[in-house]
Design a protein around this ligand. Structure first.
Ligand code: IMP
Length: 189
């Protein structure tokens, strides 16, 4: 018998307390809406989804299964956070895509856009390879924290500038396996 999804009401991760912020039902409903939108916008375009590892792996897996048009997938791996809660301010490319994207419609899939540094880098990097188009799809967006110029075409949820965890997002590499999204609980700091 398999265990059910891991979705407690509160969780401690690396000694800090987190509480539920966006639950499974809210995530599922929003992803289903985004899937419908992508189906319309990319009908007959055979897009290639490029997931940005590690954080986007769960969102990417879910959103792709809500899309019913022909599509492909590939991955890129970036690092800018290290094990801290604030960005190091530098993007390091740890893995590049294998696919040839010249003339293709690319959809960059990210877990969260915070300062926008990583996505700003990704869009420029993709454009160097002459795709037909580059669109950005992010599950979360911390609008108040965004300093770099990024056009976000599809966003799951706009959120305040607080540290979040779960559904692929980590704190020092832990907590990605939580199936909902949690926010740091300031009252328990
Ligand atoms: P940006 O380059 O500052 O936009 O940061 C993007 C990356 O930082 C994301 O892909 C995440 O890996 C990480 N990140 C930003 N905010 C959070 C957060 O609240 N929780 C977990 N990871 C985050």
């Amino acid at each position: 018998m398999s265990a059910s999804f891991y979705q407690p009401d509160t969780v401690t991760c690396n000694g800090e307390q987190f509480k539920i912020f966006i639950n499974r039902q809210q995530i599922d409903e929003r992803i289903s809406q985004l899937g419908e939108q992508l189906d319309k916008d990319f009908a007959d375009k055979k897009p290639i989804f490029i997931g940005i590892l590690n954080g986007a792996f769960i969102f990417l897996a879910d959103i792709m299964r809500h899309v019913s048009i022909p599509c492909e997938v590939d991955f890129m791996k970036l690092s800018s956070y290290g094990d801290e809660k604030v960005s190091s301010g530098q993007v390091t490319e740890l893995k590049h895509i294998d696919a040839k994207i010249e003339g293709r419609h690319v959809i960059l899939v990210e877990d969260i856009i915070d300062t926008g540094l990583s996505m700003n880098y990704m869009v420029k990097r993709m454009k160097e390879e002459n795709p037909a188009s580059v669109s950005v799809c992010s599950l979360l967006h911390k609008k108040e924290a965004t300093k770099f110029d990024v056009q976000i075409d599809y966003v799951g949820f706009e959120i305040p500038n607080a540290f979040v965890l779960g559904y692929g997002l980590d704190y020092a590499q832990e907590g990605r396996n939580l199936s909902q999204i949690y926010v740091i609980d300031k009252e328990n700091d």
